[in-house]
Design a protein around this ligand. Structure first.
Ligand SMILES: Nc1ncnc2c1ncn2[C@@H]1O[C@H](COP(=O)(O)OP(=O)(O)O)[C@@H](O)[C@H]1O
Ligand SMILES: [Mg+2]
Length: 262
């Protein structure tokens, strides 16, 4: 790896623009996330939070600007449009840096918890079954599911399924983990067990975490930095005690006030 790649931030958006039709979702968006930082993104529905994460997963492209992950540019410019880089090897390499967990758990219903976690490393990292399953078992123990290895998704609670989903993303050994409202679909009593797993991952300082949430308790528990996003712009950012308890921007204040009333 070159010196620039190791010195580069985990995530960099530079003047990134993204539209869907006439809707400008990201507007000359800038954000640098140093390696190991835990960044929480808050903001109203439709402000572009999921789009940000989907761009980092190379599920969406941008029209202009630049996006980098661990020093690799996510997009190549040709025909005046930014597209995912050509060449499957490079795309796979970039995707290998990033893991993502969604609000809906998206586990494979016909596979056990163990198979759900082991299948990625077997296919993408060419691990043997024995090796992949041993690692999957260790990961499932780590998220507190050592007794559920053979259980199928339908036999697990929402909190347990989400912990399997986190283990599955971690099995590919990402440097950057993206979490999109992963506790939003859970019954309140199940949020804590998922948050505990995320806190444990956060204490492992090498992992860069980018967490989108509507739950300020989740934000406080995890964030080194909170970013408030509105209409595809970063309106305010800072440590959680500043942004959540003493916001400077009137839009941030309004948003937090409305959340408190909800
Ligand atoms: N695939 C898509 N096609 C068209 N519009 C989209 C698509 N994905 C998102 N949008 C629009 O982009 C805006 C931002 O969406 P999103 O990133 O999902 O916001 P958030 O996650 O903050 O709620 C919204 O106006 C949404 O309707
Ligand atoms: Mg969203």
């Amino acid at each position: 790896m070159s010196a620039t790649a190791t010195d580069a931030p985990a995530v960099r958006f530079a003047a990134a623009c993204k539209s869907f039709g006439d809707t400008r979702v990201l507007d000359r968006f800038d954000l640098d996330i140093p390696r190991g930082e835990k960044t929480v993104i808050i903001g109203p529905s439709g402000s572009g939070k999921s789009t940000l994460l989907r761009i980092l997963m190379t599920l969406e492209g941008i029209e202009s600007g630049r996006v980098e992950i661990c020093g690799e540019t996510l997009t190549d410019r040709f025909d005046g449009v930014e597209r995912a880089p050509r060449g499957r090897g490079r795309l796979r390499k970039i995707r290998g840096h990033v893991g993502m967990v969604f609000q809906q758990f998206n586990l494979f219903p016909h596979m056990s918890a163990l198979e759900n976690v082991a299948c990625g490393p077997r296919l993408s990292l060419r691990r043997s079954r024995v090796e992949a399953e041993a690692e999957a078992e260790a990961l499932l123990r780590r998220v507190g599911l050592g007794d559920k290895l053979g259980s199928y998704p339908l036999q697990l609670s929402g909190g347990q399924q989400q912990r399997v989903a986190i283990a599955r993303a971690m099995a590919l050994r990402p440097e950057v983990m993206l979490f999109d409202e992963v506790t939003s679909a859970l019954d309140p009593e199940l949020i804590g067990e998922v948050l505990a797993v995320m806190r444990e991952l956060a204490s492992e300082t090498s992992l860069t975490m980018l967490v989108v949430t509507h739950q300020m308790g989740v934000a406080r528990a995890l964030a080194d930095r909170v970013c408030f996003l509105e209409n595809g712009r970063l309106v305010e950012q800072g440590p959680p005690e500043q942004v959540l308890d003493a916001p400077e921007n009137p839009r941030t204040r309004e948003f937090l006030h409305a959340l408190n009333l909800a």
